[in-house]
Design a protein around this ligand. Structure first.
Ligand code: TXA
Ligand code: MG
Length: 367
């Protein structure tokens, strides 16, 4: 696996900064020098660098231990005024995208989606502009674009006047961060500044949608915007990309590798393994529950089956999928930091709303 990874040896710990005008200026100066900044977004915290600067982007891959065949999302500022056709034309003028290469139907679909969902947790895969370095896109001729709604992300993008490449600010394959403190836990010895924007309100990453030349829309990653909402807005069905590629066939989205978002503690989807690790006297339980009674019932069942104590981290006990998404990565991280030898997970049923994204993250965390 090609990993761009210089040795990091317990460097100084990153500073968490409140997003005051002075601190935003500090962050902008760092970005202009080619350094990395931890950036809050409504989905998860990102590790941001100037998207036009290949050596700054190389630092992202190094800090995350991320393989260089996994392309990044470029975050863009919300322009003043209404989000009309001009958004993509403006990005084309800046060399970020080249939407003039899109046939009319595909272009119209992109415009319809961004008018409805930007700023917010939707990432669109568009023809790549001339100023985006190869490293950002892993050499693909497309680039992933997202306009985050988080006010601190927007303030930073505006002050920097640069598009910012930013993957989630975790080490490769680990749990995504949803607070500034999580970013310090993941990357504190590798970056200087994390802007504090509070806890991410969506809690799962953006939905990634590719627009083919014929206007076909394909779901590359379920996320913060539901499939139904996208289909209703675009009046067209979303094709589903296979989650992991068949052997020998490249994944539709290079980042869709099987194991991801993984705690260090083994995580199994219910009903769980036949036997627990020897000497285990407790297990963690994470999941989406329709009610307190349902959660209690599942706890009792696990205690009966394994004869151990259950440490419950309910993502929701009222079937509220937005609440569940918001709590997902923090709950996973807390259980992982405790001393349970095994985590069991109860994914949401169905595919409506955020269920698809939550089930996807739990499945990919299981190992
Ligand atoms: O919510 C989010 O999207 C967060 C925040 C920080 O904005 N970012 C994030 O980035 O999740 P990352 O790097 O962890 O995920 C990027 C996803 C990967 O699945 C990657 O493969 C896909 O986007 N991607 C990026 N460029 C692509 C391209 N040109 N074609 C297909 N997939 C692409
Ligand atoms: Mg990620």
């Amino acid at each position: 696996m090609a990993v761009l990874s210089p040795p990091f040896k317990g460097g100084p710990v990153a500073t968490i900064l409140t997003p005051s005008p002075d601190n935003l200026r500090r962050a902008v100066d760092a970005l202009r020098r080619g350094e990395l900044v931890g950036m809050p977004t409504e989905t998860v915290y990102g590790l941001a660098a100037n998207a036009f600067d290949a050596s700054a982007v190389a630092r992202i891959f190094a800090a995350k231990d991320r393989p260089s065949f996994d392309p990044l999302i470029v975050h863009v500022v919300r322009p003043a005024g209404p989000l009309e056709r001009e958004v993509l034309s403006g990005l084309e003028d800046q060399g970020v995208v080249e939407v003039s290469r899109l046939p009319q139907l595909a272009r119209e679909r992109a415009d319809v989606l961004l008018r409805r969902f930007w700023p917010g947790p939707l990432t669109l895969i568009l023809p790549r502009g001339r100023k985006i370095p190869d490293l950002v896109t892993s050499g693909l001729d497309t680039v992933a674009i997202r306009m985050p709604s988080h006010p601190v992300a927007q303030a930073l993008l505006k002050a920097a006047a640069l598009p910012l490449a930013a993957p989630s600010a975790n080490r490769f394959g680990r749990i995504s961060p949803t607070t500034a403190a999580h970013v310090v836990q993941e990357l504190g010895d590798r970056i200087g500044i994390v802007l504090d924007g509070g806890a991410s309100t969506v809690g799962v990453e953006s939905t990634v949608v590719a627009i083919a030349g014929d206007g076909t829309l394909k779901l590359l990653r379920p996320g913060g915007v539901s499939v139904e909402a996208i289909e209703a807005t675009a009046s067209v069905r979303l094709a589903r990309a296979p989650v992991t590629a068949a052997p020998g066939i490249p994944a539709a989205s290079p980042g869709m590798s099987g194991v991801h978002y993984a705690p260090r503690t083994p995580l199994h989807l219910l009903p769980g393994p036949a036997e627990l690790p020897r000497d285990a006297n407790c297990v963690g339980l994470i999941g989406v529950f329709a009610s307190k009674d349902e959660a209690a019932g599942i706890v009792a069942e696990i205690e009966r089956r394994y004869g151990v104590l259950v440490v419950l981290r309910a993502l929701t006990q009222s079937g509220d999928l937005e609440e569940a998404a918001r709590n997902l990565f923090t709950a996973m991280r807390e259980l992982d930091a405790g001393d349970v030898p095994l985590i069991l997970a109860a994914p949401p049923g169905g595919t409506e709303g955020l269920a698809l994204a939550i089930a996807d993250r739990l499945r990919r965390a299981s190992h």
